[in-house]
Design a protein around this ligand. Structure first.
Ligand code: PMP
Ligand code: GLN
Length: 388
């Protein structure tokens, strides 16, 4: 065959960095602070609810939009934490993780040639999904160490073709929590250009230092043009369950559902009622997760600083970004490919989440959602590399 296999739209995107780095971790027996997943299970009630659902015969196709108790639990969660009134039947869609939510929304709302404004570094599936939709990515760079929104470049990213802004707060990979003023600027620009705001809030409950998560949909006048995406993966330390959701105005949710039905139709039968149980757990369960992760953030950040690395102290998520130049990094991708063998630690190069590679030439993302002894051992290894 003269033409190689592969969708041309996906040609620039090889294997995801998460797969590459997790494979390296296994090959070298290194500590994996690359891919963001916790190494302990979430609330036991959630796990038991999944077992009960499987034993109770919830093993066939769930309804297309999601099982009724999960739709109701998502609506109740939006009311309880954010005061939003959501119609569970028309304004919620359950997806296969936030990943399918992102794909369904981008493919559902964008036509070829539409522009999508996003920040870089961006979560890797954004770029690939925008490309699959035939849409065009327009970015504004968040720069180390404070990752503040740059108003001039953000304004310049908007045009008469802007269809949506794809935003993520708390932000992967930087750990940044967008300020209310930054969110308001983004929303003002979206309104000015009559664009949708798609807001990926998978880390909504992983916010530290007493900061409050501000959902875009709660800002004045924003419900009508906002689609909110979240997932059970982070909130309940169950990244392998892949139960996510989209919440927003009925017509836009229907547009996402139209795509989702042809991607997977449905999934996660027994996990859906289990996530409903999780969403109904008391506030103390949510608070305990944030408190525990904040302590882990401190542990890893202090260790990195002791090893001589400049860091950006994250206000949320699983991740901290450090400048690995003092460890000899010249190019973060090459450095991260060598690090498992050099030091027995895996990190992720931030440059792979950028169009502007120079903005993150020596920056590495490390995950702190790991047991304390694992983090301590990782910082020991990095300190040895630094002093060696
Ligand atoms: N968005 C962001 C910002 C993420 O970090 C992730 C992965 N953790 C996802 C989406 C995908 O979430 P899920 O695993 O629920 O598909
Ligand atoms: N979201 C996780 C991360 O950023 C993992 C995502 C994945 O494996 N695709 O590390």
């Amino acid at each position: 065959m003269s033409r190689p296999p592969g969708n041309l739209a996906l040609a620039p995107f090889g294997t995801t960095i998460f797969a590459e780095m997790s494979a390296l971790a296994v090959r070298h027996g290194a500590i994996n602070l690359g891919q963001g997943f916790p190494d302990v299970d979430g609330p036991p009630e959630l796990l038991e609810a999944a077992v009960a659902a499987i034993r109770g015969g919830r093993n066939q196709y769930p309804p297309g939009a999601g099982v009724p108790e999960l739709l109701a639990a998502i609506a109740a969660h939006q009311r309880r934490f954010y005061g939003l009134e959501v119609d569970p039947e028309r304004e919620v869609l359950v997806t296969v993780g936030a990943t399918e939510a992102i794909a369904s929304v981008v493919l559902g709302l964008c036509s070829p040639g539409d522009e999508v404004v996003t920040f870089e570094p961006y979560y890797d599936s954004y770029a690939a999904t925008i490309a699959l939709a035939g849409a065009v990515r327009r970015t504004s760079v968040l720069r180390f160490p404070d990752f503040a929104v740059d108003e001039e470049s953000l304004r310049a990213a908007f045009s008469s073709r802007t269809r949506m802004v794809l935003l993520n707060s708390p932000h992967n990979p930087t750990g940044k929590v967008f300020s209310r003023a930054e969110l308001e600027l983004i929303c003002a620009l979206a309104r000015e250009h009559d664009a949708w705001v798609v807001t990926d809030e998978v880390y909504e409950h992983l916010v530290f230092d007493g900061l409050a998560h501000v959902p875009v949909a709660t800002l004045p006048g924003m419900w009508e043009r906002t689609l909110t995406i979240s997932s059970a993966g982070k909130t309940f330390s169950a990244t392998g369950w892949k139960v996510g959701w989209v919440v927003g105005p009925a017509e836009a949710v229907a547009a996402a559902r139209a795509v989702k039905q042809f991607l997977t139709y449905v999934a996660s039968g027994p996990f859906q009622p289990a996530v409903a149980t999780g969403l109904e757990l008391g506030d103390e369960v949510y608070a305990a997760l944030a408190t525990s992760l904040q302590a882990k953030r401190d542990l890893l950040c202090e260790g990195l600083v002791r090893a001589g690395l400049p860091i950006s102290r994250p206000a949320g998520t699983y991740f901290v970004v450090a400048d690995a130049a003092p460890l000899g990094a010249r190019d973060a991708l090459e450095f991260c490919r060598a690090l498992p063998e050099l030091a027995g630690v895996v990190g992720v190069p931030v440059s792979v989440f950028h169009d502007d590679q120079e903005a993150a030439r020596t920056l590495v993302r490390f995950a702190f959602c790991k047991r304390d002894e694992v983090l301590l051992s990782a910082v020991d290894r990095l300190a040895r590399l630094a002093s060696g």
